[in-house]
Design a protein. Structure first.
Length: 649
């Protein structure tokens, strides 16, 4: 998901005078699927003028006709209670300077919850803009034995009504044609009433005239929900699903990871074999291919993680998980909508922080933003996979599950529980007498998700990870390679130090141990020595401040610098080069446990810090977040190391 840093002004500036059609409707009403269908996924993202709420704008083309299509933030009402809803209402009324009022509106109406949708349509019709109602989820209405006469419904409303199944593309072409006639769309002969009671009666008369039969709730759905939504049974199922989830990530991605790793090893070898200049071959083979490849080998796990999340959301299970978690959120002093924001943080903390705009309370938004970085994002996954692979025997089992998957689930659970506790603390500090707002949520029916929708969701998240690899990680890898290979050492200096200049491994190890990177790692040694970290882990932790994934690239480069022929073996056999533990293995169980826990808590993402600054409007809260999470990471890592040592690890 975009963080809103890229503007769309260029698109709109070149289309002056082109009609602007806005999509408006409730969250989860199929609005985004319709928007993607109309624009062909060629959308621009940016921010509304003067505010941080994101806008999504694209172009719909029908022959020679073009229309600017804008996907407004979802809203249940035109009486806004959150920043997102307020922006939608301001745009519809033309009150947002620099945004402009739409020429016409496409109003999403979910056919399975049409009673609620019709009341919203009445409010929109009162705005006086040309309106076309887009009826979504009509396939689901029919499948669940519901019914609606679409023509009668359009006649009762007095405006065009088109059924569209956005995620399957049905009806999108017809809707695109409808946009070309927006100036001649019909309008109600008599405007709907504005008083709430009269409006409800009007809505019932419209539905009765259209012969609306709401969808039935299947007996099987009721039986399944009786288990999944049960406080005890649902929780047991949730933990079982999550355990299987992480077991799948390890089991099925491992062969693919091995293939990607072999590919990058081959590419690096080709560079070293065919590029004569040692410095150039090192820069290309070790810094670029080796550094970035060291992170890209974890793409199979990340893609599989996003695929499973998209499937769980598509079948309707994630809404049930949100319902279960609402009880936990209430204990933290937050409402259920905060869970949606925290859930978004599993992909990345940035969209999670941005999703807090849907919360009506400013204090709830702040508490959720301060907790969001603790949710385990995809950037931690490469670090976890690397360290768990060093720490846990792949053949070890915990009951029916593999031990590696159980440890991974434990880290995700630790992050989630810690996020709840952090939100509770910040909510108590900011609002000692606040009341929890009731959370209402409709349970979507169980359905087979459309393959295209799942693949799009998976690819959009994976693409964000790959984009980071091509920017932050490339830059960090090059800088680190230079720090590991400088200063240069002459043959005389190597002989004086007792290094055999004909032994490339010995030369590489000496160069790395006396490099600028080693000096930097040793300079911060007093801070991290109690955690068992040596200078090589220290520079990995420091480089991870830019982006967590760079830890993997850093450690991989360090191992390759010390033993180019077998970096994996070098990593497992790595020993302290000086200090009281000289000669002892670095990656022992206590050190790995401390590292894992440190990454659970530390705020190691400058992009997240920047978004916190933008969302809060001050550097105060990003500074507080960076300080408290770094201190908490150190303390919890020290505790993890101490406990592991006490247990004989």
């Amino acid at each position: 998901m975009s963080d809103g840093c890229h503007g769309d002004s260029g698109t709109e500036a070149t289309l002056t005078g082109v009609p602007r059609i806005a999509l408006v409707g409730a969250p989860n009403s199929g609005k985004t699927s319709v928007f993607n269908g109309l624009t062909g996924l060629r959308a621009k993202t940016g921010n509304y003028p003067g505010v941080t709420v994101s806008r999504f704008v694209g172009i719909s083309r029908t022959g020679r006709d073009r229309h600017v299509v804008e996907d407004l933030p979802g809203t249940y009402s035109l009486d806004p209670i959150s920043p997102d809803e307020r922006i939608t209402v301001d745009v519809l009324h033309g009150r947002l300077e620099g945004a402009g009022r739409p020429d016409a509106l496409l109003v999403m109406a979910d056919a399975t919850t049409l009673r609620r949708s019709v009341g919203f349509v009445a409010r929109v019709l009162a705005l006086g803009l040309p309106v076309c109602v887009v009826l979504t989820f009509t396939d689901e209405l029919a499948r669940r034995q519901g019914g609606l006469d679409v023509e009668a419904f359009a006649q009762a409303l007095g405006v065009p009504v088109l059924p569209v199944v956005g995620h399957r593309g049905h009806g999108v072409a017809r809707l695109r044609e409808q946009l070309t006639t927006w100036r001649t769309w019909s309008v109600p002969v008599v405007a709907p009433p504005t008083e709430p009671g009269e409006r409800d009666a009007w809505a019932e008369s419209v539905l009765a005239f259209a012969g609306y039969r709401p969808p039935e709730r299947h007996r099987a759905t009721r039986r399944v929900d009786a288990v999944l939504l049960h406080p005890v049974g649902g929780t047991v199922v949730f933990f079982a699903v999550m355990g299987l989830f992480f077991q799948t990530v390890f089991t099925f991605a491992a062969p693919l990871q091995g293939g990607v790793e072999s590919l990058f090893a081959w590419l690096s070898g080709q560079v070293h074999d065919h590029v004569g200049d040692p410095w150039l071959s090192g820069l290309l083979g070790d810094a670029l291919i080796g550094g970035v490849g060291g992170v890209l080998v974890f793409v199979p796990q990340i893609v599989l993680l996003f695929l499973l999340l998209a499937l769980l959301e598509g079948v309707g299970y994630m809404a049930r998980a949100a319902f279960l978690m609402d009880r936990v959120m209430a204990r933290a002093g937050l409402e259920g909508r905060a869970f949606v924001a925290l859930l978004s943080s599993f992909a990345c903390a940035i969209p999670g922080i941005m999703a807090t705009r849907t919360l009506p309370s400013a204090k709830d938004r702040l508490a959720t933003m301060m907790a969001a970085p603790l949710m385990t994002c995809s950037a931690r996954l490469p670090v976890y996979v690397l360290l768990i692979g060093l720490f846990v025997d792949p053949s070890a089992r915990v009951g029916p599950f593999g031990a590696q998957g159980v440890v991974m689930f434990g880290l995700y659970l630790l992050g989630a529980v810690s996020a709840m506790l952090a939100a509770w603390v910040f909510k108590k500090l900011g609002d000692r007498h606040g009341q929890v707002v009731p959370f209402f949520m409709e349970m979507p029916p169980y359905r087979l998700p459309a393959p295209r929708a799942v693949l799009v969701a998976m690819w959009s998240s994976a693409r964000a990870f790959l984009r980071k690899c091509s920017t932050v990680i490339v830059a960090t890898s090059v800088v680190l390679w230079l720090l590991l290979n400088l200063p240069l050492h002459t043959a005389a200096q190597l002989h004086a130090a007792g290094v055999d200049t004909t032994d490339s491994v010995a030369v590489s190890a000496y160069t790395a141990d006396h490099s600028y990177a080693a000096g930097l790692g040793r300079a911060v040694a007093p801070v991290f020595e109690p955690l068992g970290f040596d200078w090589r882990i220290n520079i990995g932790v420091l480089s991870a401040q830019a982006a967590r994934e760079t830890f993997v690239a850093t450690i991989g480069q360090v191992a390759a610098a010390e033993q180019p022929e077998a970096p994996d073996r070098a990593l497992r056999a790595m020993t302290y080069t000086d200090g009281p533990h000289a000669g002892e293995r670095v990656f022992t169980a206590p050190t790995i446990a401390a590292l894992l826990v440190y990454f659970v808590y530390a705020l190691q993402c400058m992009a997240t810090v920047a978004v916190l600054r933008r969302e809060t409007g001050t550097w105060r809260w990003p500074a507080i977040a960076l300080t408290y999470l770094t201190a908490l990471a150190w303390l919890m890592a020290y505790l993890a190391r101490t406990v592991t040592v006490a247990l004989g690890g």
